[in-house]
Ligand binder design. Structure first.
Ligand code: SF4
Length: 457
């Protein structure tokens, strides 16, 4: 099978970019408007948007002084420490997200302009992710009150989790770390809507995350704007847990049918799912897996054109057991719904925080399980004779780099992380009425190891 364009472009960027440049630092932004924070892609830590700048220049939502400093470092060939996610991948001789992202057309088109810039210019990004508010009906294990009002309610009621450093402590999410509630005036959301008429004509990818966007009135304000101002180059994206109430779901589906009817280039539906069945429900508290899977099929059937669906599988230590089942389910969806183009995608970014849920906490026997998943994928690659029905070469490459990163943790002392895993999920079981060993019986000896470390400290 010939190499995909996506992989070829990333390899080209590997030789063109030099040691530190990443076009995503200019062309991409993730905006967290409830807290007034942003980052370039979603890997570097979030940093504050100076509130004093956005009134006179709403473009300062993206072009912060901090980001301009990082751009200057990159242009000087210096790797910014905040991009360690990519440097770690590259240290293992893998292509990193900076190669993949910079190789995509929305970024690559400005390669020469960026290479010859000073780093101090204001830039209008072409790839924007935005979180308007933190209203969410789920409390996923690795999320926080910053992104989920359900988490916020739980910690307001029960307090922090008893990990070594108390986790998701309500005190931590106070002051300027406290999300501005959806019902209150938010100056960052106001600046966003001031910026929107300037931003919209440049946009090639616009993605709404959350909180849960299907519950957010700003989502439907964007949809109404797009319906009134169709854009032939716009890739509109929404990340959802697909678990909202039926009325919200039907409203959303009705908008989808209008939008995916020639009003935009393409609609990408992102669905967050990290495992299969009860294990997925355990990771994402409040999720109904069967309902989600049914809605995935509804979406793919009832919104048949100008649209695709991508599963975001955030690879964590609770994903390993049922990853093969999840990928087999995705393969079935591909066979059923992808006939003239690929409608079902997935990505496998690794989870780094909280550290107790990282793949790196697991030993070699779990890495071997992922090797088996990788071999299964390699044995079911897409072929020219059966297009869209198999896995892609770069999907195998991404899992391969996850496994390499996982194995690099085997030399590190994980005892504190194992102890925290036990403390966190024991408390979660207590609060949620769940039972780790009933859901993950195959992880019994690992759980015992975690308990042992928790009792030592
Ligand atoms: S983390 Fe990687 S992809 Fe993201 S901005 Fe930094 S170098 Fe680019």
């Amino acid at each position: 099978m010939s190499k995909s364009d996506f992989l070829s472009r990333a390899e080209q960027m590997h030789s063109d970019l030099g040691p530190a440049l990443c076009l995503a630092k200019w062309k991409q932004v993730s905006l967290h408007l409830p807290t007034g924070l942003n980052n370039s892609c979603y890997h570097p830590p979030l940093h504050r948007i100076p509130i004093e700048d956005i009134g006179r220049n709403p473009g300062a939502l993206h072009n912060t002084p901090h980001k301009k400093e990082q751009r200057n470092l990159m242009l000087a060939g210096v790797k910014p420490a905040e991009c360690s996610y990519c440097w770690n991948m590259e240290a293992h001789d893998k292509l990193s997200d900076r190669h993949y992202r910079s190789g995509e057309p929305w970024a690559a088109v400005d390669f020469d302009k960026i290479k010859n810039s000073t780093g101090d210019e204001d830039v209008i990004p072409s790839y924007v992710e935005v979180n308007f508010n933190n209203v969410c009906n789920l409390a996923c294990s690795y999320c926080s009150p910053q992104f989920s009002s359900t988490w916020q309610q739980e910690t307001d009621r029960h307090g922090a989790y008893p990990t070594l450093v108390p986790h998701n402590a309500p005190e931590h999410f106070s002051g300027d770390r406290k999300p501005i509630p959806a019902r209150q005036h938010n100056p960052y959301v106001e600046a966003f809507w001031d910026w929107w008429p300037t931003l919209y004509p440049e946009l090639e990818h616009f993605r709404m995350t959350g909180g849960e966007p299907l519950l957010d009135r700003n989502t439907y304000r964007v949809f109404d704007y797009v319906l009134a101002n169709p854009s032939a180059k716009l890739h509109l994206n929404v990340t959802s847990n697909f678990s909202v109430d039926e009325k919200s779901w039907q409203k959303y589906l009705a908008y989808m049918k209008q939008l995916c009817n020639g009003r935009i280039e393409h609609f990408m539906q992102y669905v967050s799912l990290d495992a299969w069945g009860a294990q997925a429900e355990y990771i994402r508290h409040g999720l109904d897996f069967d309902l989600l899977w049914d809605r995935v099929n509804q979406f793919l059937t009832q919104v048949p054109s100008y649209s695709s669906l991508t599963f975001i599988i955030t690879m964590n230590n609770l994903s390993v057991s049922s990853l093969a089942q999840l990928l087999a389910g995705i393969l079935e969806l591909r066979k059923k719904h992808s006939t003239t183009y690929q409608r079902v995608w997935f990505d496998t970014p690794v989870l780094r925080e909280p550290a107790w849920q990282s793949l790196q906490t697991l030993g070699e026997s779990y890495a071997v399980r992922l090797d088996a998943v990788k071999n299964y994928m390699s044995a079911h690659l897409e072929t020219p004779a059966a297009p869209f029905k198999g896995f892609k070469d770069y999907e195998v490459a991404r899992l391969d780099r996850d496994i390499a990163w996982m194995r690099s943790g085997q030399d590190l002392d994980q005892s504190q992380h194992l102890a925290d895993f036990y403390r966190f999920f024991s408390e979660a079981d207590h609060r949620h009425g769940t039972n780790f060993l009933q859901v993950f019986p195959e992880m019994r000896s690992w759980w015992a190891e975690c308990e042992y470390h928790a009792r030592q400290t």
